[in-house]
Design a protein around this ligand. Sequence first.
Ligand SMILES: Cc1ncc(COP(=O)(O)O)c(C=O)c1O
Length: 365
Amino acid sequence: MSHYTIDPAVSDALAGFSLPDKLGFGVVLAPVMYSVEWADGRWGQGSLLPYGPIQIAPGARALHYGEFIFEGMKAYRAGTPWPNLFRPLDNCRRLALSAERMAMPAVPEALFLEAVDAVAGAMAPFVPTGSGRSLYLRPFLFGTEPGYMLRNSQTFRFMVIANPVESYASGPMKVAIERRDVRAAVGGIGVAKAAANYAASLRASNAALARGYAVALWLDAAEHRYIQELSGMNVFAVIGGALHTPELDGAILPGITRDSVIALARHRGYQVHERPMAIDQLLAQIGSGECSEVFACGTAAIVAPIGALGDADGRDHVPAKVDVVAAELREALLAIQERRAPDPFGWTRDVAPPPADAPWARPAA
Ligand SMILES: Cc1ncc(COP(=O)(O)O)c(C=O)c1O
């Protein structure tokens, strides 16, 4: 028996769903979602529902004060009958850290797993197979209590929605160094996966896109000197054959892929240095050839090559190599995620089978 209720309309929603050939990233919506509410200091009973609009009070603090945090994670089924999740407990822990910073209640581990397992389990037959394809899961928590007083909500809602996705990769990215706007400051909420950080990044993202770049590269708030991360990915450089990545300074999001890349690279014999990385020094090292390659990593793109770093003066700094170490690490990580390779780190975890009383999913053949 499940601890969550299953809306009777879920069976029809699943029966009426089929995977289109072209999935894109975030375009195709899973027909189910999970929802649970927090009130009077505790979590209620969750439910699995057909995907659809929700009601929210127009005065809810999530809308007015940005009381909204989220996670992004993937379930894979390439070559396996039943889907598995990649490091779900790390997403749960990061959501708890985000919640702590934002004065929101933590989602207990059992509830978090119930929610992602409910959605991924119901979607099991529709987790796309084929390397690089997966079910992207988006857990999110937001304050629902209306009111203008500047304190946190007393009511919250935790939900999980999902999207069958294909590989996010679209060749080497050109990134635009953002020298004016600031995304996150030490002591602020950069360490949290809070919607407000993304709001702070959108003006620069638009400007980058308008100039033909894929995404903004952020610098530290105090001196505008040190590399932080991209708007949705962490950054690595290959310098003298070793990997270098900005240290977690209290403003950078502690990426789970970043942590995986560090562990995997060390396991494969690379030296990895986490340190403050000055942008101007990195550009000089790209110019001299000492820095041979730059890449980014995150759940969506896994490991993505960076083809050029565009500066505010219009100059593009182009590393000598593109997608060499990045390709090696992407393939090694994806092979673990897709269970084509042993998982010495214990990163993958089976999605729990649907409850016995669930009328829909059976493991796909
Ligand atoms: C700002 C930011 N940095 C880094 C990452 C990478 O984190 P992860 O590897 O946990 O997906 C993400 C994506 O979630 C992000 O939004």
